[in-house]
Design a protein around this ligand. Structure first.
Ligand code: CDT
Length: 307
């Protein structure tokens, strides 16, 4: 038996500060058409795919940043992407900054089915970086100022003839993200990211960015028997170099496709969702082998406690 979903990871190159939403949407539509030519059912775009990664700048009055956020989806400017996808009968996953009507700010990703309907919305759980201005840094990573963490957690949705989950960027470094979805029978996890190569708190990690990126996604895929689709916004954006290396990882943990540029580039793979059961039905048969009775610390404490 096989359930094939052909997935495109639509890596983007940089979006500079003065690039308009309209220009960005045109790039996304070009990638969508490439996905159509590659026979994709689903095309996955990066985190904050409509704008530059604005948390690299701090501003005292957050309302001055409102223009980076979407207040409706679709909106008049994003509608052409929805229209083109529906015409091509391709679903997509899109990351963007969300400002709700009651003033909440989230780092958000939506999943759109092939008929153009929004089937799921995920808001980032693990918000990295800092909440205050740190002027000594070469650039800020003030996500904790611009976004509040989701209280909704990690969902899994029936879509694309399978069970699809989502996470965003820093979430991919935490085993809990994958496991919470694994326990809901996830078969494919979609993850957009913006990862600066230079990690200011510890530059010794800079050279390891690519290694850590594949390490976490390959492990998460294998340990939960799920496909993982990791999609970057890479390249030099407003002077900050960010990781490319978008990849499609199989439930075996193997990388089956990987981007080789840091620009707009579509990679694709035929993903058999039934392949997941080879892992979730054997070595990672959770029902048979997990020991939740001794995992209590995972949910009862946050930081390290030394007895
Ligand atoms: N966007 C995002 O979450 N980026 C972080 C950067 C490291 S924390 C400053 C990441 O985990 O890739």
């Amino acid at each position: 038996m096989s359930r094939i979903v052909t997935v495109g990871a639509a890596q983007m190159g940089p979006i500079q500060k003065d690039h308009t939403r309209k220009e960005v949407i045109e790039r996304l539509i070009t990638l969508l058409r490439q996905g159509h030519q590659a026979g994709c059912d689903l095309v996955v775009f990066p985190e904050l795919a409509l704008t530059t990664f604005f948390p690299r700048w701090f501003i005292d009055d957050i309302t001055q940043a409102d223009h980076w956020y979407e207040t409706e989806m679709p909106s008049p400017v994003t509608q052409p992407l929805f229209d083109e996808a529906k015409k091509l009968k391709i679903g997509f996953c899109l990351g963007y900054a969300e400002l709700t009507t009651d003033g909440h700010r989230f780092n958000t990703q939506i999943l759109v089915e092939r008929d153009g309907s929004i089937v799921a919305k995920y808001r980032k759980v693990h918000i990295p970086g800092h909440e205050h201005n740190e002027p000594d840094r070469p650039f800020q990573h003030a996500e904790r100022y611009y976004f509040e963490p989701s209280m909704e957690g990690f969902g899994v949705w029936k879509a694309f003839d399978g069970r699809i989950g989502m996470m965003i960027c820093n979430d991919r470094r935490w085993p809990e993200s994958y496991r919470v979805m694994g326990l809901q029978g996830v078969e494919m996890i979609l993850c957009g990211y913006n990862t600066p190569i230079h990690y200011v708190p510890d530059p010794s990690q800079d050279i390891l960015q690519g290694f850590h990126n594949s390490l976490v996604m390959q492990s998460g895929a294998y340990q939960n028997g799920s496909w993982v689709i990791g999609v970057a916004k890479g390249g030099v954006e407003e002077g900050v170099d960010s990781l490319g290396q978008s990849m499609i990882v199989a439930p075996s943990g193997q990388i089956v496709a990987q981007a080789f540029t840091t620009g707009d580039e579509l990679i694709s793979a035929r993903c058999d969702l039934d392949w997941c059961a080879k892992y979730t039905g054997t070595l990672f048969d959770f029902e048979r082998y997990r020991r939740p009775e001794v995992y209590g610390r995972i949910t009862s404490q946050r930081g390290v406690v030394i007895d």
